[in-house]
Write a protein that binds this ligand. Sequence first.
Ligand SMILES: [Zn+2]
Length: 303
Amino acid sequence: MKLKRAKVYKKLLHQYELNFGFREPYQVLLDSQILEDAYKFKIDLVPRLQKMFGGEVKPLITTCDMRHLYNAKPKNETLILQAKEYERRRCNHQDLEEPLSTEECLCSVVDPNDKATNKHRYMVASNDTGVRAHMRRIAGVPLIYISKSVVLLEPMADASEQQREREEKSKFKLGLKGQRKPDAGQKRKRDDKAEDGEGDQSVVDQATGEAKPLKKKRTGPKAPNPLSVKKPKTDKTPAKPSAPKKAKDPNADGAGPSTTAATGDSAEKEEGGGAAPRKRKRKHKSKADGGDTAPAENEAASP
Ligand SMILES: [Zn+2]
């Protein structure tokens, strides 16, 4: 019996983890009633819960339930001392003259916005049937109680079960969509192709239009743009050397070098002048023979 129950609880807890996001340490709200019953049956509640869930348990008690322990007619000091070690869950009812009932207080703590959701993922350990009946209307509240000196976990309530089924259906649909979208696989294949050969990549990339490959291609096209930059460089380079040559020749030496330099300069000028106007003339002729040719000739003549 015990083994079977342990298996059932393990499965149940797994469902709470999957569908309602429960995690260790499991936060268990203990009410005053179950603490008194555990004391009566000599049950060490927190270790028992940890054994039941196979994980760390964080016991909590609300301010109201702590006051219930203090107000109990035969005041149980050992129980109060034990409860003081639990984490106090502040419920904002501490200023009231009398503490709220466990049912009212726990509901405000578990479902503060009345949305029938267990906002902070609390488990509720209560031996008050009214409390547990109320908690069953809130989706995803694991309920713990003591019966005949045995600590038990309630089967999932209808509200929780319906919520769980909805979650699983939506997850199933998401899974189907994920299978229909083979983007990840395709991307991987494309990447592999890219790694294998560069030329082939570019073609595939253009067809597909992926971001990474496109960037690579863009870098490729940018290289040809420098070709247009090279033209101005070629024009500048002859101009710069020509200017210093002119300056050096007259200052440093006599007629011999100067004449050679002059002849060189003249030759360069002739070459440069000849090349530039030819190109321009061709362009202009192709475009228009009229007014454009005149400025080109003027530019060639000026240097
Ligand atoms: Zn309270």
